[in-house]
Design a protein around this ligand. Structure first.
Ligand code: ZN
Length: 73
């Protein structure tokens, strides 16, 4: 599931489009029989801000999906 995620540069505030894969990450849950998966985004390549060149996403950093946008884990 490849898509483009809008990410805001922390350096200059410019919005960039980052190619990502949506992945499900298993998380511990209080109930042992219940498996909890949280959706996260995995950047496909090192992405730099178009404006200032700062690295805003890289493949080893999963991006957690939150309602108000996205936050680096
Ligand atoms: Zn920037």
């Amino acid at each position: 599931m490849e898509k483009r995620l809008r990410m805001r540069c922390s350096g200059c505030g410019h919005w960039n489009r980052v190619p990502v894969n949506k992945v499900l990450v298993e998380q511990d849950s209080p109930e042992p029989k219940v498996k909890v998966f949280i959706p996260m985004y995995l950047p496909l390549q090192v992405s730099k801000c178009e404006k200032c060149g700062e690295v805003i996403a890289q493949p080893k950093e999963l991006i957690k999906i939150v309602k108000s946008g996205s936050v680096k884990s």
